[in-house]
Design a binder for this molecule. Structure first.
Ligand code: FAD
Length: 454
């Protein structure tokens, strides 16, 4: 075997790849692990704090999650929290704010109240806030610019004192730092190594980068939108296409909100959770967004990747059918058009304000500006076989020693949960041991769920 041979190679140094690197180092007896990253630093794309909403999506205020989905994301979200607390990363990597989902108008108020009843056993700390309480804890959602109370019925469902926010780039850095400290293992990282081709010869994977060649017994591709691109190159995941949905933000240089304020989400729109919250990268600023705009490229704010988009879309009659179905719904059509206009200078702010007023009625044009350089791309998956836009993450485990992960939101929150799924698959395939007990002791929350029999 060459010097460049590893038991496992991970492609992509975002939060997903970094979390896997950490778990392989800490919880398995795998000896040689390598991470290959295209750029010169970790988490420079979607896992960067400027690209995403920095939210730990644990399912309590995300109104697009069913109770079943919420229970799943709660478990993986807790892993991030437990990891951060174990290492003392409070107020450096993980932050605590109040948070709430706001119901505005009679219909949404009923919806939030019902949801509160349904979800409070899974999240015993949840509280219901009436107008008076909201005025006390989050006054900006109640008063208009003249200091008058907004007229609509309003209610909030939320929590105080929970960990709500993560700097996912800082989290990625800690995963790598902590892995590099592990003795008696080879844990290598190569930056500026863009993987251009993966080939399986016999039982060995040959990974060609722009710099050199590596080999491995197992490969995990955590390359964001490029995971599917590399899968297609190898003939995997051909029933999937990638639809890159960019998200942008608007910023206020004032502290307007005390915590995260989400709204009731339209169930037809998987990426519509416009919200406002204090920014953890720019202290004292408030961020609003994200928007959702289809962008014909796989990486935001980087040159190129237009051709990669077209290759990964794999346009055919199934993709056209998905688009036609989506656009035949007037709500989705209007939403698509509006999000396009959110990017057009001069009119964008006025239009965005109309939506943001639902959160902060007093917000005016002088308060916010388009956050240049902020935002990322959610690689949403098109399921061509079932002619549907998939709402969440997707993973292609070929069963042949290579896994491809596609991670739109809440992929950053689920980084440790997704990684442990892959750790188990890798250990089983290669015959290594996963120390599940230590993993559970350190990262899994055993808090009993009220009303559960077991
Ligand atoms: C607007 C927006 C808001 C979001 N908000 C949230 C949120 O609040 N909470 C949440 O949990 N999630 C959120 N997400 C989703 C979250 O950002 C992603 O799920 C997460 O960052 C994905 O991490 P990743 O490591 O899989 O991918 P990425 O962060 O995209 O990293 C992929 C890495 O692979 C590298 N790479 C790509 N191709 C190659 C190659 N050929 N060779 C080598 N390296 C390669 C890239 O350079 C990059 O470093 C949001 C996303 C967006 C766009």
């Amino acid at each position: 075997m060459t010097q460049n041979h590893y038991d496992v190679i991970i492609i992509g140094g975002g939060v997903s790849g970094s979390a896997l690197f950490y778990e392989l180092g800490r919880y398995t007896d795998i000896k040689k692990i390598c991470l290959l990253e295209k750029y010169d630093s970790l988490a420079s794309l979607n896992s960067n704090g400027s690209a995403n909403s920095q939210t730990i999506h644990c399912g309590d205020i995300e109104t697009n999650y069913t109770l079943e989905k919420a229970a799943k994301v709660k478990k993986t979200a807790k892993m991030v929290e437990k990891y951060c607390l174990k290492h003392g990363y409070e107020d450096k990597v993980i932050f605590s704010h109040q948070k709430l989902a706001l119901g505005v108008g009679r219909e949404e108020v009923i919806y939030i109240k019902n949801r509160f009843e349904e979800f409070k056993s899974l999240y015993p700390y949840l509280e219901l806030y009436d107008k008076e309480k909201l005025a006390e804890i989050e006054p900006a959602v109640i008063y208009d610019k003249d200091g008058n109370e907004r007229p609509e019925d309003i209610v909030g469902m939320g929590a105080q004192g929970e960990y709500t926010t993560v700097d996912f780039k800082a989290l990625s850095d800690t995963f790598i730092d902590n892995t590099l400290k592990i003795q008696d293992k080879v844990t290598d990282i190569f930056f500026n190594n863009e993987v251009t081709q993966i080939q399986k010869i016999g039982t060995t994977y040959h990974v060609q980068t722009t710099m050199t060649q590596f080999t491995a017994d197992f490969v995990v591709v955590d390359a964001g939108a490029h995971s599917l691109y590399l899968a297609h190159q190898m003939g995997h995941g051909l029933d999937y296409g990638c639809l890159p949905m960019a998200g942008s933000f608007y910023m206020s240089n004032k502290q307007i909100l005390n915590g995260k304020v989400y709204m009731v989400q339209n169930p037809k729109l998987p990426f519509a959770a416009l919200h406002g919250d204090p920014d953890i990268l720019v202290n004292g600023f408030t961020r609003f967004g994200p928007t959702a705009l289809m962008l014909p490229k796989l990486e935001r704010f980087k040159p190129g990747t237009y051709l990669d988009f077209f290759k990964t879309l794999r346009l055919d009659h199934n993709v056209i059918k998905i688009f036609v179905d989506l656009l035949s719904d007037s709500e989705i059509r209007n939403y698509v058009m509006k999000n396009f206009l959110f990017e057009v200078p001069y009119i964008n702010k006025k239009l965005f304000l109309q939506d943001a007023h639902k959160i902060v009625p007093s917000l005016n044009e002088e308060d916010i500006s388009y956050a240049k350089g902020f935002g990322g791309v959610r690689p949403q998956i098109l399921d061509k076989k079932n002619q549907k836009l998939m709402l969440g993450e997707a993973s292609i485990d070929t069963g042949e020693g290579i896994i491809f992960n596609m991670t739109p939101s809440p992929g950053a929150t689920s980084c440790l949960g997704n990684a442990v799924r892959d750790v188990e698959a890798i250990c089983e395939y290669l015959g290594f041991t996963f120390d599940k007990k230590t993993f559970n002791d350190e990262l899994v929350d055993e808090e009993p769920i009220e009303g559960e029999n077991t």
